[in-house]
Design a protein around this ligand. Structure first.
Ligand code: FES
Ligand code: FE
Length: 419
């Protein structure tokens, strides 16, 4: 196929991405080979598997995955695929089990992946059950960073901590919201978007679109008595290396950790103040101030987004077609959070970030309208991603440095795979 050339010219501040990258089947195929089959991909959070025997099933880059803990509590990740004829072995979303029986012919596997029993075993040779090919296949690599688990479908390449580069410290920051641990709370948000997956990667760290795309939400907050504080929207964008990037900024909305707004009343203020002083004594003033008063939207290349804003959203998305992706999102919260604050957090999680909330439907609409525009990709061929490139006095959170970090890594990986 014709190669897809990004224009990245620092001398005259031009950064252009060909729209063909969003519509071409051959590009998607290359992305699955060069990116999704070789990068570290988020699988789940330790809190989702609290006990030995806990399990959950997920689809990661089209592969059905079983993420579980064996009887000794060890975390494991298997392809959720029967070695017999390939049926999906575990069909439950989550639960607790010491063994998994395939529904097709009844082969049964222990939580450590070993074939435990099979009906009609007299029909097989004696050592059949010990054959390595008859066991559940482990995903080539599973690693954790704090309580965040990632998998890699390739045995080659850097370990997780090196891959995460400077994004590691931001993941740590998310964990530091709590002295007793963070946990996934509430349900999973699942939705699909008729748009290319890279549009959501861009949108998730796009500080530029807030005022126009989310005007309805901002108006609503202005009109809802006390839902906005006095803090203005301002901050910076940062390159976290390896395609990862973040925007970090102050904003007028309340943060359960630990930024008070008038809506929460005097009683709420006492609780928020207490959380803030615990943060400061545990982490020092500077880190506590960042944690409590700054918001962060981070993309970890290629498709993990962590929005630490009026709630914490952990979001992944995978393309099934160039113009179609499936999105999953979870809320993360301090284990010890009070019932009162948890209520606000979950309200925020659905009110702004939920698929039926005030923000996500607007973002989805913007993404789908871009995708529709790419019907004319051959005639009007480029997206502009140059905002802030000419600035020499630092990067603003509403510049487009974050997207350029993403695209440079995208480009590098596609070229590397081709070479
Ligand atoms: Fe699983 Fe036959 S496909 S037991
Ligand atoms: Fe948005």
């Amino acid at each position: 196929m014709r190669s897809i050339e990004i224009v990245d010219n620092r001398d005259d501040s031009r950064f252009l991405v060909p729209r063909r990258a969003f519509v071409d089947d051959a590009v998607l195929e290359r992305e699955y080979d060069a990116i999704f089959s070789r990068c570290w991909l988020y699988l789940g959070h330790a809190s989702e598997l609290p006990d030995p025997g806990s399990f959950l099933t997920r689809t990661v880059a089209k592969r059905p995955i079983l993420f579980n803990r064996d009887k000794d509590g060890e975390f494991r990740a298997f392809f959720n695929v029967c070695p017999h004829r390939g049926a999906m072995v575990c069909r439950e979303r989550r639960g607790k089990s010491r063994a998994f029986m395939c529904m097709y012919h009844g082969w049964t596997f222990r939580a450590d992946g070993h074939l435990k029993s099979l009906p009609g075993s007299a029909g097989y040779k004696d050592d059949f059950k010990q054959d390595p090919q008859k066991q559940l296949t482990a995903v080539p690599r599973l690693e954790r960073f704090g309580d965040f688990f990632f998998i890699n479908f390739s045995k080659e390449g850097e370990g997780l901590a090196d891959y995460l580069a400077d994004a590691g410290d931001y993941l740590k920051l998310v964990s530091e919201h709590s002295s007793s641990g963070m946990a996934v709370v509430g349900g999973t948000q699942e939705y699909s978007i008729r748009g290319n997956w890279k549009l959501l990667a861009e949108n998730s760290v796009d500080g530029y679109h807030a005022a126009s795309t989310h005007a309805t939400y901002l108006d609503y907050l202005k009109n809802a008595n006390g839902a906005l504080g006095a803090t203005p929207l301002e901050g910076t964008g940062r390159n976290l290396r390896n395609g990862h990037a973040v925007i970090e900024y102050s904003a007028p909305w309340g943060r359960p950790i630990a930024s008070w707004i008038p809506l929460w009343g005097e009683e709420g203020k006492t609780e928020i103040d207490a959380i803030y002083s615990e943060l400061s004594s545990r982490l020092g003033d500077e880190r506590a101030d960042r944690l409590a008063r700054q918001n962060r939207n981070m993309i970890i290349f290629p498709n993990l987004v962590i929005n630490d804003i009026m709630a914490i959203t952990v979001r992944t998305f995978f393309p099934l077609k160039p113009d179609y992706m499936e999105v999953n999102a979870w809320a993360l919260a301090p284990v010890e959070e009070s019932e009162w604050l948890r209520k606000y957090r979950l309200f925020n999680f659905t009110e702004f970030l939920g698929p039926g909330g005030f923000a996500t439907p607007d973002d989805v609409e913007a993404i789908e309208k871009c995708q529709a525009g790419y019907g004319a990709a051959a005639d009007v061929p480029y997206n502009d991603i140059s905002k802030g490139m000419a600035r020499d006095n630092g990067v603003s959170f509403d510049d487009e440095l974050q997207m350029r970090c993403f695209w440079r890594e995208w480009d590098r990986r596609l070229k590397m795979a081709e070479a």
